[in-house]
Design a protein around this ligand. Structure first.
Ligand SMILES: [Zn+2]
Length: 644
């Protein structure tokens, strides 16, 4: 039996898994290549042409091979079979692409008595129309196929992009194989976009041509010429190597480079830094940068769907590729759609971000707080604080602990490019348009931050007072100016006392951000009792019953069963089981009947039983779609459940 099992973990569509071929279990992501004797790699070859192996391999079925020939050709009992293609892919037009898929369907029908369909891998012609492809995938799925191979030509142009886009339309339970010319620097991107098996054929091709591959580039080895230093054991004797030995040395070195970068990618995924690794690889070549930008543009929703809502302690956002990375863009989208500013605010204070996160912990922000307190005293609760930052745009004070606002790290130069300024201005306009036009905006910012406010000014109805056009916002003089401005405004606006309601505001804003508009008012109504500390834990109770708690480390709310019951009518973040109760501490995908498609890994989810009653709450371990499509794997880690 051949089976692909998706395991835990996500950073984008990248995942861990197991490809089980009979008694052999290959952990994915996995490298594949011809004539491989390496433990961690899977061999492939053409059936009847390449020598067979004692371990299972991927055997390519030559076009036109008859059923009787397959057995004689030495097919191993657990070999996977790559279904035949008509001719070389690159020359296929749309019509022939369809014929290729039809031919593979016919082949399945011919051999399904002899070969279990779970062993078959369908070849996807790269230029096939996406809708045609989707309709065929259903046919293959119903015949028991669970693996597909996509072709790469290595140019990182339209062919490679098409293959990545096609892969994004595969069911979550399928194994995705990337075949063809793939250089080491593309491995992180392919893993990130959900490929489980990656071809290293290029390592052999280059070695045969005397080329040594490196992580980011390559080197032609010529006898008598000075070579780059390599610390690997294979290269020790490269300077004296005879021409006949060079090929083997280079092959081994090149394969090591693939193993090394794949291992780096897996480690990055496990620590929530795969996106950062992928972004860092865009500087390898212009083509690498352009395919990355196209991937972000064309399959953003696919990548976002598998991007966790919590993540690494430190998220470096360095270049333009990070402006629209899923965690960043999702933050801006949620802020626009889900967030409502707290009530009773008459002044909006715009502040610069700080390198230290959350901002409140920084020296500069502690001073801003002191200035507000000393100027307004008991009317401090009239001020809404908003931090301007790139590439998140704005961060309301109440949300400064949410992911990735509490985790991102940017190069701080104070110079913002046009896109950053426009992202910031758009976010500020959206924010201010949610507030009463009679509010007064105090812009306590300078440099690039000032550019954002100026860009937004003509599109908002509030009047804006600038406190620090000349000097840095953190200087003593400008804080003095802020103090005077606030004192003046207190008199002019006749500010009434309003105690700081920091705790309520944090929980309410986080609830809306996490569960959608309206959740905040349900979980934290006017009569709620909220206690705790913003930098530790905040607990919210209604009539002495605990509803939810805010955990500062994650910046997220944990619901109790009572809290879950309150927001269940919003019909969001639910998982419906096919059972009356939850047994044990985990819910597995196999027991899930339906799930809200907006669930992402890391979300707080509400578990319903087959009678639509709330029976548990917990953290999702996968996306809503995976909960429905996968037949195994942990879907929810349960925190509270109805005891019976
Ligand atoms: Zn080497």
């Amino acid at each position: 039996m051949t089976e692909f099992r998706v395991g835990r973990g996500h950073d984008g569509p990248a995942r861990l898994g197991e490809y089980i071929m009979g008694t052999e279990v290959f952990e994915t992501p996995l490298l594949t290549g011809p004539n491989i004797s390496r433990e961690r790699m899977l061999q492939y070859g053409t059936l009847g042409r390449d020598p067979s192996n004692s371990r299972p391999t991927i055997a390519a079925l030559p076009f036109g091979m008859e059923l009787e020939e397959i057995d004689k050709a030495g097919l191993g009992n657990f070999d996977s079979i790559l279904l035949p293609s008509l001719i070389s892919f690159s020359s296929l037009d749309d019509q022939t692409s369809v014929l290729t898929l039809r031919h593979q369907l016919d082949t399945i029908d011919e051999i399904k008595e002899t070969v279990d369909p779970s062993r078959l891998i369908v070849r996807i012609p790269e230029n096939i129309d996406i809708d045609v492809f989707k309709s065929y995938i259903d046919d293959f799925h119903s015949k028991g196929i669970r693996a597909a191979a996509f072709m790469f030509d290595g140019y990182l142009g339209s062919t490679d992009l098409d293959s990545i886009i096609l892969r994004s339309n595969l069911p979550a339970s399928w194994l995705a194989v990337a075949m063809g010319k793939i250089s080491p620097s593309t491995v992180p991107l392919l893993y990130y976009t959900g490929f489980d098996v990656i071809d290293t054929g290029y390592a052999y091709e280059t070695a045969a041509n005397g080329v040594r591959l490196w992580r980011n580039d390559s080197e032609h080895i010529e006898t008598g010429k000075q070579q780059r230093f390599c610390s690997c054991s294979h290269c020790e004797s490269i300077a004296e190597a005879k021409h006949s030995d060079l090929n083997e040395i280079l092959q081994n070195h090149n394969l090591d480079v693939y193993e090394s970068i794949l291992s780096e990618s897996v480690h990055a995924m496990k620590s929530g830094r795969l996106r950062w690794l992928v972004e860092s690889m865009t500087h390898v070549s212009p083509n690498q940068a352009s395919i990355q930008r196209q991937v972000d543009k064309q399959i953003y929703s696919f990548i976002e769907e598998f991007t966790p809502t919590t993540g690494a302690d430190n998220v470096p956002l360095i270049g333009p590729e990070s402006y629209n990375s899923p965690a960043v863009k999702r933050y801006r989208d949620f802020l626009e759609v889900r967030y409502t500013p707290p009530e009773g605010k008459q002044i909006v204070l715009l502040l610069p971000c700080s390198a230290k996160k959350p901002y409140s912990d920084s020296k500069s922000h502690r001073r801003f707080s002191e200035t507000i307190e000393s100027a307004l005293g008991r009317a401090s609760g009239r001020v809404a604080q908003v931090i301007l930052t790139s590439p998140l745009g704005i961060v309301p004070r109440e949300l400064e602990r949410i992911f990735p606002a509490a985790n991102y790290d940017i190069p701080v130069t104070g110079d913002w490019d046009a896109e950053e300024t426009s992202l910031g201005a758009e976010a500020l306009i959206t924010y201010l348009n949610k507030l009463d036009p009679s509010c007064t905006v105090v812009a306590h910012v300078s440099g690039g931050y000032l550019g954002i406010v100026k860009a937004a000014e003509s599109k908002v109805s509030q009047s804006i007072i600038y406190t620090t056009p000349e000097t840095s916002a953190t200087s003593w003089e400008s804080r003095q100016a802020l103090q005077e401005t606030l004192v003046d405004l207190k008199g002019v606006l006749q500010l009434k006392d309003a105690p700081l309601k920091q705790l309520e505001e944090i929980v309410r804003a986080t609830a809306d951000f996490q569960f959608g508009k309206g959740a905040g008012n349900i979980l934290v109504p006017k009569n709620a009792k909220v206690g705790g500390k913003p930098y530790r834990q905040i607990v919210c109770r209604i009539d002495k019953e605990q509803i939810c708690s805010f955990i500062a480390d994650t910046g997220l709310l944990s619901l109790t069963l009572s809290g879950a019951k309150l927001i269940a009518p919003l019909n969001r973040y639910w998982v419906r089981l096919d059972a009356p109760i939850v047994k044990g501490g985990s819910i597995f995908a196999v027991g899930i009947k339906e799930a809200d498609s907006s669930i992402r890994p890391g979300d707080e989810v509400i578990v319903l039983n087959n009678q639509d009653e709330v029976i548990a709450v917990g953290r999702s371990e996968m996306s809503g779609r995976e909960m429905c499509e996968l037949k195994r794997g942990r879907a929810v880690s349960v925190r509270h459940k109805v005891e019976v």
